[in-house]
Design a protein around this ligand. Structure first.
Ligand SMILES: Nc1ncnc2c1ncn2[C@@H]1O[C@H](COP(=O)(O)OP(=O)(O)O)[C@@H](O)[C@H]1O
Ligand SMILES: [Mg+2]
Length: 395
C-alpha cells in the first residue's frame, strides 16, 4: 500500500491534470482487506491561485484509490471478484453514470486512471456529502422517510436502465469470477471494461462452495428445503431459482424485466438529505444485469426497520407493511419507465429473489431481519402456486 504522502502526491497530480490545486487531504477509510484507501480532498481551480482574494470556495472530492494486495500468483474466486469489481465500478462512473439524468443522484467522476496500464484503480468523485449529508448507517437501520427515499432512487435507477440494457453488448459483460478466470487464463492481468453480466455478488454461480458447506450442515433446516426438487425429476429449488434470476436473453417471461441493478443495496451505501426524503447511492462495484427485486430483497433484509415489515401471523404470507413498500416501488417504477409489470408477475419475481437471498444468507450466515426473511422463505417454499410457476418458468 502507498504511504499517505505518496497518496497525497498522487491526488495532487490527478487534480493538476484537471486544472485543480490540492488544498487539503485526509484519509477517511481503509478499504476492505487492505485493498486501498478512501480520501476526502479539498481543491480549488488552479486559475484562482493567482487571485489575491481567493473567492473560490474549495470543492470537496472523494478519491477511491485501489492498490490490490499481492496474491503470490494464486487468484482465488474472492480476490478475482474484488479486482474485477473495482474496474466495474470505474466503468460505471466513467461511462454509464454520465448518461443518467440528474434527478437520479450519483457522484460525478472528475477523473479516473486508465486501468489497462496497471493494477491500481483511481477514481476521483464529487463528494455526495455536500448535498446529502446524512449517512444511511448513522442509525443501525434506515428511518421510514429514508426507506422511501431508497425505494425512490431504486425505482428510478431500475426504470432508467430497464429500457437500455438490451443495447449492451452481452459478450463484453463481466462474467462471474471463476468463469472470467477460465476465459482469460492466458492473460497477464485481469481486465473488465463493462458491468457484470449478473449484478450483485451473492448469486448462486459465485457461491457454490458455501452452498456445498450448507448441504453438509445437518442442523440447518435450509439444507433440506433448498436442495429439494419442487417436483419429481426436476433440479433443486436453489438451482431453479438461480436459473430464473440469471440474466438470459432467451427466457421470455423474465428477460423483458431485466435491468441494471445496483448490486449492493444497504444503508451503508447511501446518503440522504437532512430531512431524509432524497437518497443518493454510491459503491457501484457490483452493478450489473438483473431483476430489480434482487436489490429490494437485500434492502428489506438488511436495512428496513422490522416494524415496517412484520411477517403476519397467517403463516408468513406477505404482510400489509411489505405489500405497501412493494406497491410503492412498483408504481414509481412503472410511472417512470412507462412500461408494464403486472403485480402477479412482479410478486413471483419478488418471491424468487427472497428465496435466493435466503439461500445466500443460509450458506454465508444470517444478519438483519432474519425472522422476516426465514418466515417469508418458508411460506414461499410451501406455496404450491409458486413451486408450479418456478418449474414452468425455469425449464
Ligand atoms: N462519492 C462519495 N461521496 C462521499 N463519500 C463517499 C463517496 N464514495 C464513497 N464515499 C465514502 O467512502 C466510504 C467507502 O466507499 P465505498 O465505495 O462504499 O467502498 P467500500 O464499501 O468498498 O468500502 C463510504 O462509506 C463513504 O463514506
Ligand atoms: Mg460500501
Amino acid at each position: 500500500m502507498p504511504s499517505t504522502e505518496e497518496l497525497k502526491q498522487t491526488a495532487a497530480n490527478l487534480l493538476h491534470s484537471k486544472g485543480l490545486h490540492l488544498v487539503s487531504f485526509h484519509v477517511i477509510q481503509l478499504l476492505w482487506a487492505g485493498y486501498g484507501y478512501i480520501c476526502r480532498i479539498q481543491a480549488i481551480p488552479t486559475t484562482s491561485l493567482s487571485l489575491t482574494t481567493r473567492k473560490n470556495k474549495p470543492i470537496s472530492l472523494i478519491l477511491k484509490h485501489i492498490t490490490p494486495p499481492p496474491t503470490g500468483g494464486t487468484l482465488t474466486e474472492s480476490h478475482t471478484r474484488k479486482l474485477l469489481s473495482y474496474q466495474v465500478e470505474q466503468y460505471f462512473y466513467a461511462t454509464l453514470a454520465p448518461l443518467m439524468p440528474p434527478d437520479i443522484p450519483v457522484a460525478s467522476c472528475i477523473s479516473c486512471n486508465d486501468t489497462t496500464t496497471g493494477r491500481n484503480t483511481m477514481l476521483l468523485l464529487t463528494d455526495l456529502k455536500e448535498t446529502y449529508p446524512v449517512p444511511g448507517e448513522l442509525h443501525a437501520e434506515l428511518s421510514s422517510p429514508q426507506v422511501y427515499a431508497a425505494l425512490d432512487w431504486l425505482a428510478d435507477f431500475h426504470a432508467f436502465w430497464w429500457g437500455r440494457v438490451s443495447d449492451f453488448d452481452r459478450e463484453s459483460l463481466c462474467r462471474p469470477p471463476l468463469e472470467h478466470l477460465r476465459q482469460h487464463s492466458g492473460d497477464r492481468d485481469l481486465r473488465c471494461e463493462n458491468v457484470w453480466l449478473n449484478g450483485g455478488y451473492t448469486y448462486f454461480a459465485t457461491r457454490r462452495d458455501e452452498f456445498r458447506d450448507l448441504l453438509q450442515d445437518e442442523t440447518s433446516e435450509w439444507a433440506e428445503a433448498l436442495s429439494a426438487a419442487p417436483a419429481i425429476g426436476y433440479p433443486s429449488v436453489a438451482e431453479l431459482v438461480a436459473r430464473i434470476l440469471a440474466p438470459s436473453k432467451d427466457r421470455h417471461t423474465v428477460s423483458p424485466y431485466e435491468t441494471l441493478i445496483h448490486g449492493d443495496v444497504k444503508s451503508e451505501n447511501l446518503f440522504t438529505t437532512t430531512n431524509g426524503t432524497t437518497a443518493a447511492f454510491y459503491d457501484f462495484q457490483y452493478v450489473g444485469l438483473g431483476l430489480g427485486v434482487t436489490d429490494l430483497a437485500k434492502l428489506f433484509t438488511c436495512s428496513v426497520p422490522p416494524a415496517m415489515l412484520v411477517v403476519d401471523r397467517h403463516e408468513g404470507r406477505m404482510s400489509e407493511g411489505e405489500e405497501k413498500l412493494l406497491r410503492y416501488y412498483l408504481e414509481r417504477l412503472l410511472r417512470r419507465s412507462g412500461k408494464k409489470y403486472e403485480w402477479v408477475v412482479f410478486v413471483r419475481h419478488w418471491e424468487t429473489a427472497v428465496v435466493d437471498w435466503l439461500r445466500f444468507q443460509a450458506s454465508w450466515g444470517f444478519w438483519g431481519n432474519t425472522d422476516w426473511l426465514e418466515g417469508r422463505a418458508r411460506a414461499i417454499l410451501r406455496d404450491g402456486g409458486w413451486r408450479g410457476w418456478l418449474v414452468d418458468e425455469a425449464i
